[in-house]
Design a protein around this ligand. Structure first.
Ligand code: SF4
Length: 403
C-alpha cells in the first residue's frame, strides 16, 4: 500500500505526514488494519524501541468543578456518582504516589479539578511534590491544575515539577461545543505558559465526542505545532450523569486507527494511551502498545482501570518492557529541542484535567467498508454502565490504590 510505505518512510526520518495522509489513515478499512498497525509500529520502534513508559495518576482534588466540560465526570452539574473530595494532604498524596512508583511508574501525574489554581493551591502542590520527592527523588512529576496565571508555571518549575499537562482535547472549530466556560485559546495560552517556564509540555486529545476525522487531524497537528513532548490520547469514557453519557461511538479498530494517525504525525513524540483504554480497546489493548510508547498504570482520576499487575503482564506478554527510571523517554534530538525551546521561553502544548473518546455511522451492508460500518458502534445511543466503573479506591479513600 503506497500510503503506508510513504508514511513509514517519513516516520523513520522523523518527518510529519501531510494532513491528507493523516486523514487517509483514519479512512482505512478493517481489512487494512493490521498493515496500518505494522507500519506505525515500525515508526514507534525506530524512536522508542520496545519501551513502555508507565505513568501514575493521583487525583489531588476530585469533583465539584465550576467548569462545564461536557466529557468530564467532575464538571459543573455532573450527576456521576464519583468520589468528591477536596485537596489531599501532602502525605496522603505521597502515599498514593509511592504505590504507583512501586508498581513501576516512572512519572507521577498530580491532577486537581477546577478552572485553575490559586497561589495557595500552588503552595499546596509544592508541599506535595516535596513529600513525593523525599521518598522518590528520581520520580518525574507532571502537574495538571487547569488554566495557569502569570508566574504560576515558574513557581511549579522552581518547586521541582518536570512537566505540566493541559490537553487541547479537540479542534479549535468544535471547542465551543464541548465547553462554554473557557476557550481553546485559554488552553493554548496555558500550554505556552508551561512550556515557556521550562516545563515539559504534556498535551493531548479526547476522541469519541462526536468529532469528525478533520477535527481529530486538526487537533493532532495543532499539538505537533505547539511542541507537545507528550500526547495523551484519551478515548471518551461516557459517564452516566454527564451530557455525553450516550456517546458510544468508538470501536477498538477505530481507536487503533486514531493511535496510528497520532503516531505518524508525532513519530518521535511520546504518545500515551490515556483514559478509556480498557473501555474502548478492550481485548485489543496489546496492539495499542505497537503504536503508543506510554500508558497509565492502574486507575484513572474518577474511573477504575484494569489491575496494575494486568497492565504489567500485558506489556510483558506483548513483548515490550517497562521503561526504567534511568532511561530517557524522548529521542536525544527531541530532548535537545525541548531544552532549547524552554530556555528560549518559546511555545508549549495543550492541557486539561483528566484522562478521560467518537464518531457516527451507517448500517453495515455488503457495499459498506467494514471500518465505516463498525465505527458507528452498535451501542450508539445507550448507556453502558457495564463498561464504566467508578473509582472507589486509592486516593481519597481508605482503600489501597490500584498500582
Ligand atoms: S476537565 Fe477539568 S476544568 Fe473541565 S470540568 Fe473536568 S475538572 Fe473541570
Amino acid at each position: 500500500m503506497d500510503l503506508l510505505d510513504t508514511l513509514t518512510a517519513k516516520g523513520l526520518r522523523g518527518e510529519v505526514p501531510t494532513r491528507e495522509e493523516a486523514l487517509a489513515v483514519l479512512a482505512t478499512t478493517d481489512d487494512e488494519l493490521l498493515d496500518v498497525v505494522a507500519a506505525a509500529g515500525k515508526v514507534r520502534r525506530r524512536w522508542f524501541g520496545r519501551r513502555v513508559k508507565l505513568n501514575y495518576l493521583v487525583n489531588l482534588k476530585s469533583g465539584l468543578c465550576p467548569e462545564d466540560c461536557n466529557y468530564c465526570s467532575q464538571r459543573l452539574g455532573s450527576k456521576a456518582e464519583i468520589l468528591k473530595y477536596t485537596w489531599l494532604k501532602p502525605d496522603q498524596a505521597a502515599e498514593a504516589a509511592r504505590a504507583g512508583v512501586a508498581g513501576g511508574a516512572k512519572r507521577v501525574c498530580l491532577v486537581a479539578s477546577g478552572r485553575g489554581p490559586t497561589d495557595r493551591d500552588i503552595d499546596r502542590v509544592t508541599d506535595t511534590m516535596a513529600a513525593i520527592q523525599e521518598a522518590d527523588p528520581e520520580v518525574e512529576i507532571c502537574v495538571c491544575l487547569g488554566l495557569l496565571s502569570d508566574n504560576q508555571a515558574e513557581r511549579l518549575k522552581a518547586a521541582g515539577a518536570d512537566a505540566y499537562n493541559h490537553n487541547l482535547n479537540t479542534s479549535e472549530k468544535t471547542y465551543g461545543d464541548i465547553t462554554t466556560t473557557h476557550t481553546y485559546a485559554d488552553r493554548v495560552d496555558t500550554v505556552k505558559k508551561a512550556h515557556g517556564a521550562g516545563l515539559s509540555a504534556c498535551s493531548g486529545l479526547i476522541a469519541g465526542m462526536g468529532e469528525s476525522d478533520e477535527d481529530l487531524v486538526d487537533v493532532v497537528f495543532a499539538l505537533r505545532e505547539l511542541g507537545s513532548d507528550s500526547v495523551p490520547v484519551n478515548f471518551l469514557i461516557p459517564f452516566e450523569g454527564t451530557p455525553l453519557a450516550k456517546e458510544w461511538n468508538l470501536t477498538p479498530q477505530r481507536c487503533l486507527r486514531i493511535l496510528a494517525m497520532v503516531r505518524f504525525v508525532n513519530p518521535d513524540t511520546e504518545v500515551r494511551i490515556a483514559g478509556g483504554r480498557e473501555v474502548h480497546l478492550r481485548s485489543m489493548q496489546p496492539l495499542g502498545l505497537h503504536l503508543a510508547n506510554s500508558i497509565f498504570l492502574g486507575d484513572y482520576l474518577t474511573s477504575e482501570g484494569q489491575a496494575g499487575q494486568t497492565d504489567l503482564d500485558m506489556i510483558k506478554d506483548a513483548g515490550f518492557e517497562v521503561e526504567g527510571a534511568g532511561e530517557a523517554t524522548l529521542p536525544r534530538h527531541r530532548a535537545d529541542v525541548a531544552a532549547a525551546s524552554s530556555a528560549a521561553s518559546a511555545c508549549g502544548s495543550g492541557g486539561g484535567c483528566g484522562p478521560c473518546g467518537g464518531h457516527a455511522h451507517a448500517p453495515a451492508s455488503e457495499d459498506t467498508p467494514a471500518s465505516a460500518a463498525e465505527d458507528t458502534d452498535a451501542s450508539d445511543g445507550e448507556l453502558r454502565s457495564d463498561l464504566v466503573k467508578v473509582r472507589l479506591r486509592g486516593a481519597g479513600t481508605e482503600l489501597a490504590p490500584n498500582a
